[in-house]
Write a protein that binds this ligand. Structure first.
Ligand code: UT7
Length: 331
């Protein structure tokens, strides 16, 4: 591909639902304890979207924040990509609903589902549109309402997940800043370890779930855990070495927020200081595709990211999928 321009993140935004679901509240719902959840996951509370609020509205608020932060007007957006596994409708897709909320009639809009890796995949797609000159500004919004596909009778999953939205405006950047490289992949043969049936389900899918419930998450936690710790370390190393850098050159790592023990395990493999690994999962739980853009927005607004910082965004998720992106902060 002819690369005419360099792509980078110009603005970030996020929006979390106000309602909190604490570990203490979960103790009253399933057989669990604050001690178990905190020790095994690092999560203390997660946010839950109101029943009558479409995810598109939460996503649109995050998008508006990102557009404002980028210092552009919304009419300059030429493409909307939404990363989600919990859209309000199968059709219209979430990106079209966000487009409607933003009153950007006519702008192309599509969804990407790569589960928790969705944001990294979507950012990588947006990057192509910027680099080849097809678009000047692309809105990448990642939003999840995982509480709507969580079985609150299944203690192995219900303590983990939360809801939220994060967004970025991707556009042209000058000099050395911006996206340096990306590595991504998928292992469909491992997909059965983390599933949410939709329009079709097998007998096995139904047997795995409490009372044969259909559209809820089922996960083999330890299989996913092992995959996650290994692949996050491998993908980080690969994207950094492809750029002739080493992990020690990174100012921060922004990993998908799934479990504090996964982060510690991955970081240990990388021999990287845990203090430079951003984490907010204590207060958000796992919000799938939205987790990394929410972290980026928090870190950027808190002044923890400086222009020129070298960072890696790294995620794994259902599919099973993974992706790592190396960039130099351009704001
Ligand atoms: O974004 C991608 C999505 N997925 C993930 O990132 C998840 C990756 N996996 C994990 O984070 C961990 O595997 C879990 C947090 C899901 C589970 O932690 P674990 O240390 O792997 O626990 P385990 O599944 O091996 O279960 C250990 C014990 C079991 O009891 P027995 O069979 O030893 O008596 C479970 O039944 O802990 C029990 N258990 C719980 N106990 C209290 C499982 N969940 C709970 C719970 N409260 N919520």
């Amino acid at each position: 591909m002819t690369k005419l321009y360099k792509a980078g993140i110009l603005g970030t935004g996020s929006c979390l639902p106000e309602r909190k679901l604490t570990n203490a509240e979960l103790e009253n719902i399933v057989e669990t304890s604050d001690e178990w959840i905190t020790k095994r996951t690092g999560i203390r509370e997660r946010r839950i979207i109101d029943d009558d609020l479409p995810l598109a509205k939460l996503a649109a608020r995050a998008a508006e924040n990102a557009i404002h932060d980028a210092g552009i007007v919304k009419e300059e957006i030429e493409l909307i990509i939404a990363a989600t596994l919990t859209p309000d409708y199968l059709t219209p897709n979430l990106a079209c609903s966000v487009q409607k909320e933003l009153q950007l009639s006519g702008v192309p809009a599509f969804d990407m589902n790569a589960a928790c890796t969705g944001f990294v995949y979507a950012l990588n797609v947006a990057q192509q549109f910027i680099e080849n000159g097809a678009c000047r500004y692309v809105l990448v919004v990642a939003a999840e309402a995982l509480s709507r596909v969580t079985d609150y009778q299944d203690r192995k999953t219900c303590v983990l997940f939360g809801d939220g939205a994060g967004a970025t405006v991707v556009g042209r950047v000058e000099d050395s800043a911006g996206i340096i490289g990306c590595t991504a992949g998928a292992y469909g043969e491992l997909g059965h370890n983390l599933t949410i049936p939709c329009l079709y389900s097998t007998e096995e899918d139904r047997e795995k779930r409490n009372e044969g419930k259909k559209q809820v998450i089922w996960m083999d936690g330890s299989e996913v855990f092992t995959f996650a710790a290994r692949i996050m370390a491998e993908a980080t190393l690969r994207v950094v070495s492809d750029a002739q850098l080493s992990v020690g050159d990174l100012d921060h790592i922004f990993p998908h927020q799934a479990n504090a023990r996964i982060l510690k395990n991955a970081v240990k493999r990388l021999e990287y200081p845990i203090e430079k690994v951003y984490s907010n999962l204590e207060h958000t739980g796992n919000i799938s595709a939205a987790s990394i853009p929410v972290c980026l927005d928090e870190a950027s607004k808190a002044g923890r990211l400086k222009k020129g910082d070298k960072i890696v965004l790294v995620a794994f998720g259902g599919g099973l999928t993974y992706g790592a992106m190396l960039l130099q902060w351009s704001k």
